[in-house]
Write a protein that binds this ligand. Sequence first.
Ligand SMILES: [Zn+2]
Length: 173
Amino acid sequence: MQVVNEAVALAEDVTSSHFKYSSSQWRRSRYDIRTIGQLQGQEITDRAFAQIIRYMGQPPSSHLSSSRFDFYKVCLQDHTILQALSRDPRLDFFPLMVYIVTHELVHIVRFSRFIQSFEAYPEDRVQEEARVHSLTGAILDTARVSGIEAIVRAYRESPDSLGIPLDQMAKGA
Ligand SMILES: [Zn+2]
């Protein structure tokens, strides 16, 4: 968990500076990052390293529909990540976590700036996934994380080069 927390902190740092987000803007994009012990039911999948579930949030103090907001839960699939680490000698845990979390944050920035619609995501998936990998690679090129180059390179070759899609999206109930 310590490694995951460090990876999340680094990913937030490089992503927010890339998009020139202030910390208050960053706090307004509402998301949470969770590992498998904190997931349930449809939040768990065997078909990706991570899954973004969009939930509708509402402040407890308000019942106005205008106060509703999108809330993104990044569900890290520890079991598929560990399987990839054991079958692929190019991969190390920390750089892989940094890559995955940065990639998910890029998706969330693009959803929350309405550059990409969550609703349209299934149809646009292939193109959007390629764009997000390319942005993730550009962000991480300067991050000086040992072992990250191999992962950036693998994803530049193909979004499937680690044997499983990086992520998938779903709507929360
Ligand atoms: Zn993705």
